[in-house]
Ligand binder design. Structure first.
Ligand SMILES: [Zn+2]
Length: 168
């Protein structure tokens, strides 16, 4: 059974209904995510279902697809970011359950789960910490010396400390 997407679900009602929820969410509805990407009209395609068969514990599993635009940290220009992400999350799990099943948990508010917030969190986690175009020449003013310093920093934080010591 396929059902229309809504924002909030009563978990106890959905478990065992075997409904697959499928639809799209407008980027503008996800405020926290909107502040992290370049705002542009776009939609996020999602599908998910509530179940407990696999773990004997309430869970929600699904898939997210989105075409977002983020800012390249080298040239500050827009860069396409594709999100194609599966998720599998326990609902209202104790720390012990999380350990046992090796899955993260989301938490309902008095039995109601905000799936827009869950999906927003999943997308934010899937975004790269530092986005850069693959082509290093995207910014012609990008100074190679700055770049090599960053490589040193990444490989060996002590090398940077050494160079700072030398300056003082
Ligand atoms: Zn760039």
């Amino acid at each position: 059974m396929q059902a229309r997407l809504q924002q909030t679900y009563r978990v106890s009602q959905e478990i065992g209904r075997n409904a697959i929820f499928k639809g799209s969410i407008e980027l503008s509805k996800l405020q926290r995510l909107s502040s992290l990407v370049i705002p542009q009209p776009g939609t996020i395609q999602v599908s998910f279902e509530f179940n407990q068969s696999a773990f004997q514990h309430p869970a929600v599993t699904g898939h997210i697809e989105a075409e977002l635009s983020v800012e390249c940290q080298r040239c500050l220009g827009p860069m396409a970011q594709t999100i194609d992400q599966d998720f599998e999350l326990l609902i209202d799990a104790s720390d012990e359950d999380i350990q046992t099943f090796q899955l993260d948990s989301v938490y309902s508010e008095e039995g109601y789960l905000d799936m827009f917030a869950v999906i927003e969190d999943e997308i934010i986690l899937a975004l790269p910490l530092v986005a850069m175009h693959e082509d290093e020449a995207c910014n012609p003013h990008w100074r190679p010396d700055t770049e090599s310093e960053q490589v040193v920093e990444k490989n060996n934080p002590f090398a940077v400390l050494e160079s700072l010591k030398g300056q003082s």
